[in-house]
Design a protein. Structure first.
Length: 154
């Protein structure tokens, strides 16, 4: 996982070609101009999902992880906490390869506060609990860029 200021994300170029595509997109495009829903960047290799929601108490959220895609979390408005734990330390309750979705439950190892100036990159196998309220419930506008990590040349 990578947690940093959005101004420092350029230093992570070179890890993977699809991650480079995503980082370049973040640095050269206005994310607030993306439409709600899915936005193509590089076909199925890199795409952005924009959506809105209210943050929730931690007891009302769940862990998810992915097998193929990394998630890049960026907030446009609002704030939230994201809990992160390795999948190996959780109990897997559902695994859907076609949907690239793994649902889990267990305890959060570490929390990351997410605001408009931060970026959190979670790789396959890093379970994350999103939508956690940070003191009070807040309306969030968010972009998650999905980056295909498996089955591609590094």
């Amino acid at each position: 996982m990578i947690y940093t200021d959005i101004n420092h994300v350029k230093q992570y170029l070179g890890i993977h070609k699809n991650l480079d595509t995503a980082i370049d997109y973040i640095l050269t495009h206005r994310l607030d101009e993306l439409k709600n829903g899915s936005n193509a960047i590089d076909e199925e290799l890199v795409f952005a999902n924009r959506f809105c929601y209210m943050t929730l108490p931690e007891t009302e959220t769940i862990f998810e992880s992915h097998l193929i895609y990394a998630d890049i979390h960026l907030l446009l408005k609002g704030h939230e906490k994201i809990g992160v734990t390795s999948v190996e330390d959780l109990t897997v309750t559902r695994k859907e390869l076609k949907e690239d979705q793994v649902d889990c439950y267990g305890n959060v190892a570490v929390y990351f506060p997410l605001r408009h100036d931060k970026i959190l990159i979670l790789f396959p196998g890093e379970a994350h609990m999103v939508k956690i309220m940070d003191q009070t419930r807040t309306q969030v506008e968010k972009v998650v860029i999905k980056v295909k990590m498996e089955g591609t040349d590094k």
